[in-house]
Design a protein around this ligand. Structure first.
Ligand code: ADP
Ligand code: TPW
Length: 568
């Protein structure tokens, strides 16, 4: 070799992982740095990716999951070994449960020390720990396998039923150097990672035959339908058949809530009386009373459009499964539909309309009654009125009463603009979801939060202020988990559901340079929110709610077993 030959250009695991993500059009990482992944974040920024640094990994993971739901590309969460990994794992499990595509990439300690349990820094068998909570889990043991690891993780996250994938990167692999040319050649872009899945023609025919005989049909839209981004197709299906539709909470806005065919305000009636139901990207789980009587008619027959063949028959026999992507299946249904083939009975539509009118009037009266101190109705009416002046604003919603009233009172007009506690009813998604919505869309976000719910991710206010995101957090401050009026009858400690009644959440955001508002009546809620949204700057409205309003567990009182210790 000549003495003037240049040493080969080198790369390392830090850069290879970033290059592999970029090559696959993943441009944002949500995470929290430390040994051994700090330089992954730096390399990401150096290569033009965004790194959004959080205060706790769970919130970063929830952000990645929401980004996945909104974009159909896996959201990426980066965590440190052992404790950071475990903090993020809650979000990975939640993403899998909600069918959101996400990849948690975690640094890990040395295999040979971990496997012999010799007590390494942050020692944990992370791959084994992640497996039960993830749709798939992989470890990369050589830098030249990073490209394959990323491709497998992406396919795992977005193909079929989306979910959370874990990718383990030991410190040694991140720090390993290899010839840059060899490294480049090892990376590739996954081709068509989420291929559209068509329904069989027989399943489409079977579904249409069942629908054609229906007198009281109903379409239930779930967050799988929202994820599928089949907005135009679904609107055509609803409008061309005249079938009433019921949106699940995160499918609100696929068709606007004020659409004349929305049966949301007659939910109990349509569940009980429908004779043929098309579930579109919605599971018959607890959120739909498992499809069982008495909430549903025992005679009702189901068509289920779902990408996951295993989902079918999980709770109730499905007469017409349509295993396919929602977009493809809806197109196929529309193509096969003959004019006049489906005719919901007039009496059915009239019964729904009558029930809607009755329920809407009852709700209007509650919303109009100006209770003092302010309750959920007054505060949500104010938020509703300000949101009606906005286009494209996201609503994040968590809590118990705050969630249940919020879902009913805040109408949605656009698809995928509502993010909430989802299938698990999990608290702590609020700030992560809000941050992802703002980062991915550049749009404003209003996060409507119970005070307990907010506490799970409240420190991310600093993240919101650091990245100057247009997020307004409205904390429904009633001084309690659920209600805020429980007194401990057994000792001088605060009651189990109690939180400080004197908290001033507006002062929290002021500590980080954001705008704090204090609102004890609906007019001040509205004016604060309006001003905060107009500024497009981080803000928090401390919205003081009557501590006696609402119920323990919100609308889930049936699921909350009771002992004689419960206050009346
Ligand atoms: P909701 O809580 O809104 O009722 P679920 O989360 O229970 O909705 O159901 C979502 C369903 O959507 C899951 O069963 C999932 O397999 C399915 N799904 C997700 N993406 C798609 C898609 N692109 N096409 C068809 N089904 C999908
Ligand atoms: C991770 C249990 C369900 S709802 C809730 C808790 C703690 C908070 C309710 O109080 P909040 O709402 O937010 O003040 P409101 O409107 O009624 O006043 N831990 C996790 N997830 C859940 N679901 C819980 C605990 C729970």
């Amino acid at each position: 070799m000549s003495s003037t030959a240049r040493p080969p250009e080198m790369t390392d695991g830090f850069h290879l992982i970033v290059d592999a993500l970029r090559l696959n059009d993943l441009s944002t990482i949500y995470g929290l740095v430390g040994i051994p992944i700090t330089d992954v974040a730096r390399a990401a920024q150096a290569r033009g990716m965004r790194f959004i640094g959080f205060r706790q990994e769970q919130a970063a993971g929830h952000a990645a999951a929401a980004a996945g739901f909104l974009t159909r590309r896996p959201g990426v969460c980066l965590t440190v070994s052992a404790p950071g990994f475990l903090n993020g794992l809650v979000a990975l499990a939640n993403a899998t449960t909600n069918c959101f595509p996400m990849i948690q990439i975690s640094g890990s300690s040395e295999r040979e020390i971990v496997d012999l349990q010799q007590g390494d820094y942050e020692e944990l068998d992370q791959l084994a720990a992640a497996r039960p909570f993830a749709k798939a889990a992989f470890r990369v043991d050589r830098p030249e396998d990073i490209g394959a690891g990323v491709a497998r993780a992406i396919r795992g996250a977005v193909s079929g039923r989306p979910g959370g994938v874990y990718l383990d990167l030991p410190a040694k692999v991140l720090g390993a150097t290899i010839d840059a040319e060899v490294g480049r050649a090892s990376l590739f872009k996954a081709v068509d990672p989420a291929p559209s899945q068509l329904a069989t023609p027989e399943s489409i025919d079977r579904a249409l035959r069942l629908l054609a005989g229906a007198e009281r049909p109903l379409i239930v839209l779930g967050k799988g339908a929202a994820y599928a981004q089949a907005d135009e197709e679904l609107r055509e299906l609803v409008e061309s058949t005249g079938i009433p539709f019921l949106p699940m909470s995160m499918a609100k806005g696929l068709l606007p809530d004020d659409h004349p065919q929305s049966a949301a305000a007659a939910r109990s009636l349509v569940l009980k009386d429908a004779d043929v139901v098309i579930l579109v990207g919605a599971r018959l789980n607890w959120l739909l009373a498992h499809g069982r009587a008495p909430r549903w008619s025992a005679e009702c027959r189901f068509i289920q459009v779902d990408i996951s063949p295993e989902e079918i028959d999980s709770n109730r026999p499905i007469a017409a499964p349509v295993v396919a992507d929602v977009k493809a299946a809806t197109r196929q249904l529309l193509a096969a539909l003959r004019p006049g083939q489906i005719t919901p009975r007039r009496a059915w539509l009239d019964a729904i309309d009558a029930k809607k009118t009755e329920n809407v009037q009852r709700m209007q009266a509650r919303l109009a009654a100006d209770a003092a101190p302010m309750n959920f109705y007054g505060a949500l009416r104010a938020i509703r009125d300000v949101l009606a002046e906005q286009d494209g604003t996201f609503v994040v919603n968590e809590g118990a009463n705050t969630l249940d009233f919020g879902r009913d009172i805040l109408p949605m007009h656009e698809p995928r603009k509502r993010l909430d506690c989802g299938t698990w009813g999990v608290m702590g998604v609020g700030m992560g979801y809000a941050i992802a919505a703002a980062v991915e869309s550049g749009r404003s976000v209003v996060a409507v939060e119970g005070d307990s719910a907010f506490g799970f991710s409240g420190m991310e206010l600093e993240t919101i202020c650091r990245y100057e995101l247009p997020i307004v957090v409205v904390v429904f401050n009633n001084g309690g988990v659920y209600k805020g009026d429980e007194v401990n009858r057994f000792s001088s400690d605060p009651a189990p559901t109690a939180l400080l009644r004197t908290s001033r959440y507006d002062k929290l955001i002021e500590a980080f340079g954001g705008a704090g508002y204090y609102a004890a009546d609906p007019e001040t809620v509205a004016s604060s929110l309006r001003e905060a949204l107009a500024s497009r700057k981080p803000a928090l409205v401390d919205c003081v709610i009557d501590p006696t309003a609402g119920t323990e567990s919100g609308h889930l009182t049936d699921l909350n077993p009771q002992s004689p210790l419960r206050p009346a």
